[in-house]
Design a binder for this molecule. Sequence first.
Ligand code: RIB
Length: 311
Amino acid sequence: MKNIIIAGSINMDIVAQMDKHPENGETVFGKKISFIPGGKGANQARAISRLEGKVALVGKVGKDQFGKSLLRSLNTDGINTGNIKISQNNTTGVALIGVDRQAENRIIIVSGANFDLSPKDISKIDLQKNTIAISQFEVPQNTIKAFFKKAKKAKAQTILNPSPTGKIPPDLLELVDYLIVNEHEFAYLSNTKKLQIDSASLAKNANRIVAIDQVIITTFGAKGSVAIKGSKVIKAPGFKVKAVDTTGAGDSFLGSFSQALAEGRDLKDALTFANAAAALKVTKLGASSMPYRSEVDKFIQDKMRQKNHGF
Ligand code: RIB
């Protein structure tokens, strides 16, 4: 099994549950407030660790209570935190998250210490060949570039999740083996309208984003996910569940897909595993409420037994 290393964000998510999101200038009453560990980097690391993967997180927190409690919770989940440093300049990242009755979220991120993660921090880490290196757009892009350059030099694989949505500079994109996006990011990056999972144009549009030797994976929520390499398109249907909170579904997908790759599973199998983990995540409140290995395996077995899924 390969090791996984993530250079990514660590946030405290302050989550307000409400019936409906306020309009501009409107005030609504919330029902409950929760302080939940978050940040895409930390969530993905947690997903991997709970699936029994070996994962290290590289990141920065502030010298405040949020930073201390986030570090504690990452350690409790068995994540290697030896490369998480304390920023002297900034406070721990915070995400203000509203979740409505339909389980849909709105998020404001104040990055704080996450944007202090520098190429110099990357130069100090140990990155070996038998590794998958992952990052997202919640840390500086020059840091991601340094991280992926180091990964490529070590002959490690790289996975980029360009989220929150942003353009990918060509000199960063050329360092990526797997690009993982959602349907909105896929449309944005291919500069076309949003496609459905069964669209005949998927491969054509994918090739507007990545080169033929790169894999692009697109998630379509409950409908499932697709992996495209050149003209080859591999699809795996999603699972319907009763959603409580969709925040972190993408992180659950990415973490579990990466863990499946680390275990040497093929693309179709990895997509199915990741669809199942993401479905289980949305049944719980909190971006970091990642399912454990036994839950994902049992969920897939049950669905196969019910035969109402497209296996
Ligand atoms: O993907 C969900 C995550 O995005 C949240 O945990 C929040 O912290 C933001 O980083």
